[in-house]
Write a protein that binds this ligand. Structure first.
Ligand SMILES: *[C@@H]1O[C@H](CO)[C@@H](O)[C@H](O)[C@H]1NC(C)=O
Length: 457
């Protein structure tokens, strides 16, 4: 996920939310019993007990460390994918492979509808790990600094829990191991290659360093922003820095461009429709006394609706070209959609939010299930949510008695492995409980689920 914790809810924020939620609880009807007779409160606690057995904990942690040692970039997750398939083989879980180059799609349950998916991303980041520990990355310049090693191990943990309780599954759980979340849009390719076939709903999670362990956080509706990237080359005419009249200065033009781009959010966007434009790259010139021929700038833009993203994209291009022209420069603008596809906003289905609150509340206690503010970070989980109802949430890792964890994408990023059993149990419980609730009262072959969902959940 792309820098999603930059504006993360702080601990104190969470504490006050907890208090408010606790106070409001009787009025909001947040208790799990409000979700009807179909709910099976024993599943979440049973699965968490199972996940916290020492044997399973050691196994999940072992897998996570193995993956951590061998990080692989998007669409190159060959060893990670092989490890996943070996573990699924050992468990006797059938799967499809390859899906989207390295992706794996496993199936646990009856093999019949309803189908519900749980998802993990497999790719690492192109950065050097700086944490000195026994299982430090052995691939120079590559690191699991976004927790995808933990995500994979938790999904395998969920597979183990589900397989062990297969007789209780009233349908099929689809295990989605996808490549290339970090900008490569792996989710989109997974969908194109059929990963969501027959699937009614999908759940995903992300580890969160600044949320307490044993706490989960999310919200219904818009949760994470949609995002796009842009890159522009602003060209003038280079020359001697002492004689500006003989040059056309692209540095000054690029500077005007950047200032004008900042007016898009401050003057053109609805203040109640959160948006971001950041220029994070500025390259040009190499000497103190030479005006360069051109400058390259690049950045990202974020918004919570497709309409806002389209609008801001169009204006970025107009402003760069127009403002460059004011300074007698020319500009080309690219949006790099091939390598870095636009991520849609992550919009959580409201019925699945109720399901999540009920299941996670039964497992962790209702006061450990927190509604949080939306974040301007982006997640390619949103591609799944464009096709079927989906739900994405944050899994707390912070333990106040230990040193503070660094944010994702830091070379000092670490996982609190105590969080892994929670993630595995939540994945498994969300899926198994969903199947119980989604089980059609009157089986209707082929009747799909938009309506069922609303009826049942
Ligand atoms: C937090 O860390 C301490 C010290 O390592 C440990 O004893 C405790 O169990 C941890 N708490 C949780 C909830 O994992």
């Amino acid at each position: 996920m792309v820098n999603f914790m930059e504006k993360a809810t702080t601990f104190s924020h969470l504490v006050s939310l907890v208090l408010i939620l606790q106070l409001l609880n009787p009025f909001l009807g947040l208790s799990s019993s409000s979700l009807g007779s179909n709910g099976q409160p024993e599943i979440p606690t049973k699965f968490l007990d199972f996940a916290q057995r020492q044997e399973l904990v050691d196994w999940i942690v072992g897998i996570r460390r193995k993956i951590h040692e061998k990080p692989e970039l998007g669409y190159e997750e060959f060893e990670t994918s092989k490890l996943i398939r070996e573990e699924l083989d050992k468990m006797g879980i059938p799967y499809k492979y390859p899906v989207a180059v390295t992706g794996v799609v496993g199936f646990v349950g009856t093999g019949k509808p309803p189908f519900v998916a749980i998802r993990a991303d497999m790719d690492a980041l192109a950065m050097q790990e700086m944490v000195e520990w026994e299982h430090k990355s052995k691939n120079p310049g590559k690191m699991h600094a976004c927790g995808h090693d933990a995500h994979v191990s938790m999904l395998l943990g969920a597979a183990k829990i589900l397989k062990e309780h297969i007789n209780e599954l009233k349908g099929t759980v689809v295990l989605v191991f996808q490549p290339a979340e970090e900008g490569g849009g792996g989710a989109k390719v997974m969908i194109d290659e059929g990963a969501l076939e027959k699937v009614d709903a999908i759940f995903g999670l992300h580890v969160a360093p600044s949320i307490p362990i044993g706490v989960v956080a999310s919200r219904p509706g818009p949760f994470l922003a949609g995002s796009g990237m842009f890159e522009a080359v602003i060209s003038g005419k280079g020359g001697h820095a002492a004689l500006p009249q003989h040059s056309i200065d692209p540095i000054l033009a690029a500077s005007s461009v950047i200032v004008s781009l900042q007016h898009l959010v401050s003057r053109e966007a609805d203040p109640l429709d959160s948006q971001v434009v950041t220029v994070a790259k500025f390259q040009g010139g190499g000497a103190f006394n030479v005006i360069p021929d051109s400058v390259t700038i690049g950045g990202t833009f974020r918004a919570f609706s497709k309409e806002s993203l389209i609008q801001i994209k169009q204006r970025i291009e107009e402003v760069i070209k127009g403002q460059a022209a004011v300074q007698r420069c020319s500009a080309t603008v690219e949006f790099l959609e091939k390598e870095k596809p636009f991520f849609p906003p992550t919009i959580n289905n409201k019925d699945l939010h109720e399901h999540f609150k009920s299941v996670a509340g039964d497992m962790l206690g209702n006061h450990k299930v927190i509604d949080m503010q939306p974040l301007m970070g982006a997640e390619d989980f949103s591609f799944y949510q464009e096709v079927i109802p989906g739900y994405f949430f944050m899994l707390g890792m912070q333990n106040k008695t230990r040193p503070e964890l660094k944010f994702v994408h830091s070379p000092y990023f670490e996982i609190n492995e105590d969080a892994l059993p929670y993630g595995a149990a939540l994945h498994a419980s969300l899926a198994a409980s969903y199947l119980l609730k989604a089980e059609p009262k009157v089986p209707l072959q082929g009747k799909l689920h938009e309506e069922n969902l609303h009826d049942e959940l």
